[in-house]
Design a protein around this ligand. Structure first.
Ligand code: 5AD
Ligand code: SF4
Length: 446
């Protein structure tokens, strides 16, 4: 019988997708999926390095796994993803029992690494290699084991932006884009397997192909890609994650009117409301430029849902800078916001800045924005009260299997009672009750 493996995923959707890819590869090589870490004889942590806390959590977990390895013969554990690239061989010093570390660009070798361990090799480290960072999709998509009605489709990997706080250019390397043709073939494949919704993903999707593919009639390569994906028969919904505020032009804004499958929600990572801080972050847009895009979206698209990422306590962020972020928060009424306390990442420009902000100030600013978010997300959800929403049904709720959940086009999670037979379908639900993080409703006769 094959070995059982368990993959624990930290971080972003790209990591989730990488885990899915490793899982497919391992299944193809005769390994079996375990339902829990305890039931597995191979444990892989697919890690994130964006903030120190994520790395700390993973290291803690690895240390616990090291104890297990000491007690259990034939047990292997290792790290995949950003932390493998970021900490490299240092990982084997911090966790001496660690069996392997595979950088994001090398995860396709996961089965081979396990075979090498079984043959007696120790402490295998595969760092990224030049030109090998793009591992998602293209060659591998036919191996995907489809588990959801909504699928992530990687269109680009890596990032050329060099924001002064960010470790991603180091861990995922320079941006590599996939060909439109290969992306379209994957979308078609997914639809044939029953997928109704795709999320086109990458570090900055709206710059997709910008250096290689020409504009056509004023339309960027990303907009051309959206149009082609939109034309795939049987596909119901398109989302993308994440755009960069500075490349969000009218051709993209117009897509929301011209492409009905494009969902009325955008994740728009602003990071700060202060021009001074944006400059120090090396974000090439101003507060006003970002606001102009968001106001246009809210004017043009009915109930446009907007989520964002914000960093508080970036080095040198003054009370006045933070006030600017608060004001921006009040002006936009975000549906959702991921508020992060700035985390210095060794080797980035910002980590070397001498005006670091004390943790207590970061915490205070974090709490202020989270309080605001509780108000704005409730207010935004209220807009859907008593309306009928088309919900793409994903799965039964973990608490009560008679309750299903799914998403509206505006990316609102909806809970309602119905038969599991509806999973994968888009059904009408009348919204009867809301909270800050979800809508609840009743299935209507469609
Ligand atoms: N500290 C805090 N947050 C960060 N992010 C990226 N790097 C850091 C850091 N050093 C946040 C940004 C980004 C999101 C994925 O993580 O807001 O959009
Ligand atoms: Fe990091 Fe900036 Fe690239 Fe986003 S755009 S991945 S924040 S460097």
């Amino acid at each position: 019988m094959g070995r059982r493996f368990f993959i624990r995923t930290y971080g972003c959707q790209m990591n989730g997708h990488d885990s899915e890819l490793m899982e497919s590869i391992l299944l193809d090589h005769g390994f079996l999926r375990a339902d829990s870490e305890d039931a597995a004889s191979v444990v892989i942590l697919n890690t994130c390095s964006v903030r120190e806390q994520a790395e700390r959590k993973a290291i803690g977990r690895l240390q616990a796994l090291a104890w297990r390895k000491a007690a259990e013969k034939n047990f292997y554990f290792g790290v995949a993803g950003c932390m493998a690239q970021n900490l490299g061989k240092e990982l084997f010093c911090r966790v001496p029992a660690l069996d392997f570390a595979i950088a994001p660009g090398r995860i396709r070798s996961v089965a081979e690494v396990l075979k090498r361990l079984e043959n007696g090799e120790k402490q295998i480290f595969l760092p990224n290699e030049e030109g090998e960072t793009f591992v998602n999709g293209s060659i591998d998509f036919c191996r995907r084991k489809i588990t959801r009605v909504s699928a992530f489709v990687s269109i680009a990997n890596g990032c050329n932006m060099n924001c002064s706080y960010c470790i991603v250019p180091k861990t995922r390397g320079r941006e590599v884009c996939r060909s439109m043709d290969s992306i379209l073939r994957e979308v078609q494949f997914l639809v044939e397997k029953g997928v109704s919704e795709v999320t086109l993903g990458g570090q900055i999707v709206n710059f997709y192909g910008i250096r290689k593919i020409p504009f056509v009639n004023g339309k960027s390569p990303f907009v051309q890609l959206l149009e082609k994906v939109h034309a795939v028969d049987g596909l119901e919904r398109i989302r993308f994650l994440s755009p960069h505020p500075s490349g969000f032009r009218d051709d993209l804004i117009d897509c929301y009117a011209n492409l009905p499958k494009l969902c009325p929600h955008v994740h728009f990572p602003i990071q700060s409301g202060s021009d001074r801080v944006l400059r120090a972050m090396r974000r090439p847009y101003t507060r006003q430029m970002a606001l102009n895009v968001l106001h246009k979206l809210r004017r043009n698209v009915s109930l446009m849902a907007i989520s964002t990422d914000l960093i508080v306590g970036f080095p040198g962020e003054t009370e006045e800078d933070f006030r600017q972020t608060e004001q921006l928060f009040d002006e936009i009424d975000f549906d959702m916001a991921f508020v992060f306390k700035y985390s210095p990442r060794a080797g980035t420009q910002a980590a070397a800045m001498d005006n670091q902000i004390p943790g207590s100030v970061c915490e205070e600013r974090n709490q202020i924005l989270l309080k605001k978010l509780a108000v704005t997300s409730l207010r935004r959800n209220q807009l859907f009260l008593n309306s009928q929403q088309p919900v793409l049904v994903e799965a039964p709720s973990t608490k009560d299997p008679r309750v299903l959940w799914g998403y509206t086009p505006h990316h609102k999670k909806v809970f309602f009672s119905a038969s599991e037979k509806l999973i994968g379908k888009i059904v009408p639900v009348k919204i009867s009750y809301i909270t800050t993080c979800a809508l609840n409703g009743v299935l209507e006769n469609g």
